[in-house]
Design a protein around this ligand. Sequence first.
Ligand SMILES: Cc1cc2nc3c(=O)[nH]c(=O)nc-3n(C[C@H](O)[C@H](O)[C@H](O)COP(=O)(O)OP(=O)(O)OC[C@H]3O[C@@H](n4cnc5c(N)ncnc54)[C@H](O)[C@@H]3O)c2cc1C
Length: 567
Amino acid sequence: MPYRSPVTDYTFLLNHVVGYDRVCATEVFAEAGADIVEAILTEAGRMCDEVMAPLQRGGDLNPARLENGVLRTSPGFADGWKAISEGGWIGMSGNPEHGGMGLPMTVTTAVNEMMSGACLSLQLAPLMSQGQIEALEHHASDAIKELYLPKLISGEWSGTMNLTEPQAGSDVGALSSKAEPNGDGTYAVTGQKIFISWGDNDFCDNVCHLVLARLPDGVPGTKGISLFLVPRNLPDENGNAGVANSLKVVSLEHKMGLHGSPTCVMQYDGATGWLVGEEHGGMAAMFTMMNNARLGVGGQGVGVAEAAWQHALAYALERKQGKSASGTIVDHADVRRMLMSMKADVFAARAILMACAVAIDMGNATGSAEWKARAAFLTPIAKAFGTDTGISVSETGVQVHGGMGFIEETGAAQFYRDVRVTAIYEGTNGIQAMDLVARKMMDGGEAASRLLDEIEAHAEGARAQLPELAGPVWEASETLREATEWLVGQGDMTERFAGAVPYLRAFARVLGAHYHLAAALADKGGAREKLARFYINALLPEHDSLLVQARNGAGDLYALDLDELAA
Ligand SMILES: Cc1cc2nc3c(=O)[nH]c(=O)nc-3n(C[C@H](O)[C@H](O)[C@H](O)COP(=O)(O)OP(=O)(O)OC[C@H]3O[C@@H](n4cnc5c(N)ncnc54)[C@H](O)[C@@H]3O)c2cc1C
């Protein structure tokens, strides 16, 4: 079955579940009303279904390759990029002053998710550009903005993000790339970066790299890092891509999946770059890009989960095996269990993603500290739960296919191979969970507590109509509140970190139940209420055991010494 973008699910979520009406009630986003958004999503959905989805398999079978130092992208990807650029899908949320559409992140997030479901490898390219656009809008000089933003937004040029080095992965502060002032306002950037997504392509006139490096007086660690814009081709006097800069793609990684996306080892040999933001302020500038990308990567997980779910359902509706009402496997109880879990989790993960995007838009439009704190709190949950859902749903999709799931021709395995990296890049999901229980709880748990207050008030309000669903949601929120208070009370961070991953997942489970409850209220007696019932009865209870793990502390983890661990 060909991929179909879930436009209807999005319009339902925006109108009935995540309170998008608050976004378009702000002055900034007044023009992005529900009808306009639906039209935009429909148009984007068409591009995803008709242009991007047909490229998915070809990208897997014909990976990007390096020929005599020239990068060749997978067949059709250049046309895909053209359709994405010409549709304006790169600069949806970009500043209209530079050619963007100024749309809310909520809309961009929805479109990005649909593009990911259609063809993840290709979608990673515009995602990188979007992060760069946002970082430049916030931190670059006016001259850089005027030259680069229109070209990045139009897709004439593309953007990348260069943090990782062999010895500096999660620990970005360990990087050793250097930048020396040239004396004319530019810098000479030298070093090697690994794992750089879309480090080059053969369809843009220029590729602009945002590179983290250390100035001669930069102190060790993250505080001494600065950010540089280093284009593949130096702009000429007319602002066009001119002579080649001193940088190159050394090699491409051979990966488990995501083959259509070239993952490059980059070498910079005194390449000319321009400072973005303050000297030694690179991490702050890069964080703008990383936060954008974290939400985007969460959406990648949800998008692939949607595609894997559609694929598995189509197979289950056709595969005849054993005795069942319809004669196909879709009526076997265990297959139903898999399909219902997939559908219910896709909805929960998508709702969390959209709620996070709404909070970002509300923070930007109103400047409210409370909305900003909500956005910051939800970002690691949206990233980690979105990508974990991508992995679990696509893995279940393989199982629904039985033996054919293990055979590449069906395409079921590709979803799993492609999406696996989303839990690793943009900060591993372990790092996301640590961020949640440390930095995002520096407020003493206030942002968490406000969210739980809202969940409980909503459940209270739902008791009269759906008591058997509202009750468990309220109780789950209370258990989560107790665990949150316990975590906040742990002064020793190792105690918090030991339970961070199960805590994040438990929080996502409860949030998912909250949004399913909202969907049930909006569709009483309908399919959404039935799906919510399954989620709350069958999947929500997982939060209890997760919170037991979250509160177990670090003692048992370190009980074995290294010899005993290895024995
Ligand atoms: C396909 C692909 C594309 C990528 N694209 C880009 C890109 O475009 N730009 C870019 O800069 N990078 C990119 N990356 C790099 C990616 O962001 C890193 O791989 C990731 O941040 C993890 O770093 P690492 O691989 O060095 O793992 P490590 O940091 O070595 O981590 C190994 C394990 O240890 C855990 N760990 C590490 N430190 C801690 C800690 N302090 N506490 C608890 N656990 C910890 C991790 O969670 C992980 O489970 C890409 C990677 C891949 C595979």
